[in-house]
Design a binder for this molecule. Structure first.
Ligand code: NAD
Length: 301
């Protein structure tokens, strides 16, 4: 599998396509944004999604949301969906984070046309995309995943098979809901300690070594001045944006609705992030900026 079609060259797709090029794949690519296409370096720029999908061994998409993925593969009234024109030998992998229902609908349409397809959302952020260390969380048939493994390994370092079509999206949504809850809880505990006169660094060290230890405390401390090389040390710039976390929490709410599941903690986290975005205009800040909802005194002051 040497020739890849790549659609969606944004913050994630651009560096993922660059890693494929670096690993010796030929990449023909399309993005609705001419600027994104131009920024993607040595990829062969195409004039349409259909052109990018033509004559390739693997077709990869990395788009914002479910409606973009449905429009691309199933058609949107103005143009035919790619599943109607792609060669059945082409392996199709959608890496976007979208609602499981859309992923399952597109996978079912692919199966009807005998096109092998996976949902393979990623974890690891833009750093993981740039460094080729993404985690792929895959839904679809095991044999199809075996075919896809070499091309996924060219962009990432961990590959998990979550289950059937759509399962990759479900696992990704569960993970990000938990992450938002852990981050908000960590920020809340740190703010309480600081309000009571504790040093946030000392409190963090204690909780890291105690039963409250978690990923946010260990590697992504939200309190300014505690840790270097995290968004909190840089006015919450970079990292994983509040708007993307809000999107993923919205997907968690929709998914819970579909299965009649209660997610009170996820709903609370969604509301906290919504308030944070409205109160602080924080959509483009890193999600650890939820610390601002609790007030945060920089311990270096
Ligand atoms: P982005 O907005 O930077 O890039 C999306 C690109 O898709 C844009 O360049 C846009 O022009 C293009 N696009 C949209 N519709 C298109 C179409 N029909 N045809 C061709 N191009 C089209 O978004 P991103 O940050 O790269 O995120 C992509 C996906 O990855 C999202 O689903 C996001 O939730 C997920 N994700 C992002 C991160 C992150 O940290 N940025 C981390 C994990 C997962």
């Amino acid at each position: 599998m040497q020739k890849v079609g790549f659609i969606g060259l944004g913050n994630m797709g651009g560096p993922m396509a660059s890693n494929l090029l670096a690993k010796g794949y030929t990449v023909q690519a399309f993005d609705l944004s001419a600027a994104a296409l131009a920024a993607a370096g040595d990829v062969e720029a195409c004039e349409s999604a259909a052109q990018a999908a033509s004559g390739v061994d693997v077709l990869i998409s990395m788009l914002p949301a479910g409606r973009h993925v449905r429009g691309l593969y199933l058609g949107d009234g103005n143009q035919a969906g790619l599943l109607d024109i792609v060669d059945p030998q082409t392996l199709v992998i959608d890496c976007s984070t979208i609602d499981p229902g859309s992923a399952q609908a597109v996978a079912a349409a692919a199966a009807q046309r005998s096109v092998a397809m996976l949902d393979a959302p990623v974890s690891g952020g833009t750093g993981g995309a740039q460094n080729g260390t993404l985690t792929f969380i895959v839904g679809g048939e095991a044999e199809v995943l075996a075919r896809a493994t070499p091309v996924l390994q060219a962009m990432g370092s961990n590959i998990f098979h979550a289950g059937d079509a759509g399962a990759g999206q479900i696992a990704k949504i569960c993970n990000n809901m938990l992450l938002s809850i852990l981050m908000a809880g960590t920020a809340e505990a740190l703010a309480l300690g600081v309000d009571q006169g504790l040093d946030p660094k000392v409190l963090s060290d204690i909780m890291k070594a105690s039963s409250g230890g978690n990923w946010a405390l260990n590697v992504y401390n939200p309190y300014p001045g505690v840790m270097d090389n995290v968004p909190a040390a840089n006015n919450y710039s970079g990292g994983f944006l509040v708007d993307l976390m809000r999107k993923d929490l919205g997907l968690a709410m929709e998914t819970a609705q579909a299965s009649g599941s209660a997610i009170p903690m996820g709903a609370l986290a969604q509301n906290l992030y919504q308030l944070h975005s409205a109160n602080h205009g924080a959509g483009a800040l890193d999600f650890s900026s939820i610390q601002m909802m609790y007030g945060a005194k920089d311990s270096r002051d």
